[in-house]
Design a protein around this ligand. Sequence first.
Ligand code: DX5
Ligand code: ZN
Length: 248
Amino acid sequence: MFVTLRPVAARRPRLVDPRIDSAAVARTFIAPSILSADFARLADAARAVEGNADQLHVDVMDYHFVPNLTFGAGTVEALRKYTSLPLDCHLMIEDPDRWAPLYAEAGAYSVTVHAEAVHDLVRTPKTIRSLGARVGLAVRPGTPFEQYESILDRFDMFLVMTVEPGFGGQSFLYDMLPKVKAVRQMLDRRGLALWLQVDGGVNEDTIEQCAEAGADVFVAGSAVYGADDPGAAIEALREQARRARTGG
Ligand code: DX5
Ligand code: ZN
C-alpha cells in the first residue's frame, strides 16, 4: 500500500465549523487548480500560491469518467508534505465509493465525488467524513441538482461544474448561472450550511456573476497559473468576488 493510514481527523481542524457557520456568513474562498500548473513542479506550484490561496484544488481524473488522467492518492500524500494549504480533491473518476477514502487517508482536507459516478450516497460521504475530511457532491453541467436536495445534509459542499469536466482552460458555461442561483436559494431555504463551489472557466470576467449567483468557493486554474503573478491574481479575484457577494 502506498497510502499511509494516520489520524487525520486530529490533525486537520475544519476551516469553518459547520455547526457555527451559516449561509449568512459571507465567505469567499479562492482555490487555484493545479491542473493548470506544471505537473513536474507541483510543490513549486503550491508554494507560488501558499500565502494567497484559501485551498489548493486537486483535479483527479482516471481516463474513464473523463478522457484525461491526473493524480493518484500518492500524489496527494506527497504534496501534503510541501504545503500547509488545505487540499481540495475533486474526484472525476468512476467508482469513487472505492477510491475516495484513499484521498481522505492521504491527507485531503476535502474530497468531492461526482453524483453521476457515486453508487452509495449514504456510506461514501459517511466514510469520507469519518476519515476527517469534508465531503463534497459535484454535478456535471447536464445533471439536475434537485434530485439530491433531500440528502445534502450528508455533504459539506456542493459543486456546480461550469464546464464539462476533463480539461482546464475551457470557456465558462453561462447557462450554469441560474443553476448556481437555484442551489443557493435551496441551501438557504433548507438552512443548510454547505459551501457552494463553482469550477471551470472562472476568471476575472466571470467570477462576479458567480458570486452574485451565490457561489462562495471559486476554483480557478488558468486564471491563476496562467497569470504572471499567481498570488496577485488570487487577491484580485477574491476582491472581485467579495465585492460582488456583499454588494460593495
Ligand atoms: C475541469 C476541472 C477544473 C479546471 C479548472 O475538469 O475540474 O478544476 O482545472 O480550470 P480553469 O479554471 O482553467 O477552467
Ligand atoms: Zn475541478
